[in-house]
Design a protein around this ligand. Structure first.
Ligand code: F3S
Length: 401
């Protein structure tokens, strides 16, 4: 790997031990993946923020790193934490967990990262332009940035993204290079797509089939921002898809970015996706909407669905601080909360201690949340449309059973 004079001195520790450690991590990655040089990044998004995932060991590691005193050199956001950072007490998060979680946030703040914990940084003031090099680690955000915005990021780990924040650099390999942004599969979609859960079910099926490959979709005529984030999130969960193209829709699709001898997948129905994401439960303890974090448009739809209704079971709508703030200013938040639902910022149910809080079953319209909730939260899951989820919140049950 080639190092500039400045990069060599960073690696030698001339700019502090925190930077040295970050350079060591990025150098090791660069060597493993055959990078020839470092490139600057415009922004960073760091995962591994919930104390539920970090534990004491992770917190100690961050603490030690922060002690060196180095700070982020570029805009750096965080992934969702394990609780709403402001309203955790009202929502019933355990005090012991909250104390630890707040300590994690303080450590990141000490390192100069912004305490904006969201998986949709592009809806919260951190939207990279076409061609921008970034280092993000939340898989759904990585997928959205590469595919929809045309920005360039590998699927970073929390540690490698943090290293990029402290150095402003990333090794140039993988999706930073044109040659690696071509599709491995043509996916012909021959079924209609309507709701977010349809896109999530499609994403689940395709992610399972392509693993870490890049699919090129044909047959999707139009899709909203919300549908695209839902599709990407589900593919990144059931597979490890970090980028996709959609004919006539995504910015790099027009250059016919497909590899030679490409395989073809035909999707004629979504039922296998819905079946795989549903487990057998009718009583619903918790309804979760906003995975990835809800946009303002989604909040509008939710408010309209909830009009005149009262929820019987906990309904958590997760979003970013920015979107929640806008909803508060416009009165949308009050409309939603009138039903008894909560709009949470900075968190998501997958990384929250929901089992410890007594929840055993979940209804959601997110393919990603439905995929992870059984393994990460030990919850039985019902997966369906937004109206089915709202009905479940109102009745406490899924469907008519
Ligand atoms: Fe975001 Fe959590 Fe879903 S990080 S994408 S709300 S699993």
């Amino acid at each position: 790997m080639h190092y500039t004079k400045k990069q060599k001195s960073m690696l030698n520790g001339d700019e502090g031990k925190g930077v040295q450690k970050a350079m060591e991590i990025l150098s090791a990655l660069g060597k493993i993946y055959g990078a020839k040089r470092f490139i600057p990044v415009e922004s960073v998004q760091v995962s591994g923020v919930s104390y539920k995932n970090l534990g004491e060991e992770g917190l100690d590691l961050l603490n030690d790193w922060a002690e060196y005193g180095n700070k982020a050199r570029v805009v750096a956001f965080l992934n969702p934490a394990g609780m709403d950072l402001v309203n955790w007490e009202t929502l019933g998060f355990p005090q012991e967990f909250a104390v630890k979680q707040l300590r994690v946030i303080d450590v990141f703040k000490k390192m100069g990262l912004q305490p904006k914990c969201t998986c949709t940084p592009y809806l919260a003031g951190n939207k990279p332009g076409f061609g921008a090099h970034i280092a993000w680690s939340e898989s759904s955000a990585v997928s959205y940035a590469n595919s929809v915005l045309g920005a360039r990021t590998n699927r970073e780990s929390g540690i490698s993204a943090l290293s990029s924040a402290l150095t402003g650099l990333t090794p140039e390999y993988g999706l930073h290079l044109d040659v690696n942004r071509k599709a491995d599969y043509i996916v012909k979609v021959k079924t209609g797509l309507d709701s977010l859960s349809d896109f999530g079910a499609l994403g689940y099926i395709v992610g399972k089939k392509v693993g870490g490959g890049i699919p090129y979709f044909k047959g999707i005529k139009c899709a909203t921002l919300e549908q695209l984030k839902s599709l990407g999130a589900a593919m990144a969960a059931s597979g490890s898809v970090a980028m996709y193209h959609i004919e006539n829709l995504t910015p790099e699709a027009k250059n016919n970015p497909v590899k030679k001898d490409i395989s073809q997948i035909i999707i004629e129905e979504l039922t296998p996706g819905y079946n795989a994401l549903n487990t057998k439960t009718n009583k619903i303890d918790l309804v979760s909407i906003g995975c990835p974090h809800a946009s303002y448009e989604e909040l509008k739809q939710i408010a309209s669905n909830l009009e005149g209704k009262k929820v019987k079971t906990a309904l958590w709508i997760t979003t970013s601080q920015d979107v929640k703030k806008k909803a508060k200013q416009t009165g949308l938040l009050a409309k939603i909360e009138k039903s008894g639902a909560f709009v949470l910022s900075d968190t998501c149910i997958v990384v929250a201690p929901v089992w410890e809080m007594g929840f055993r079953s979940l209804a959601t319209n997110s393919g990603k949340a439905a995929f992870y909730a059984p393994s990460h939260c030990k919850l039985n899951v019902r997966y369906g449309t937004l109206s089915q989820c709202i009905d479940a919140a109102v009745s406490g049950r899924w469907g008519d059973d």
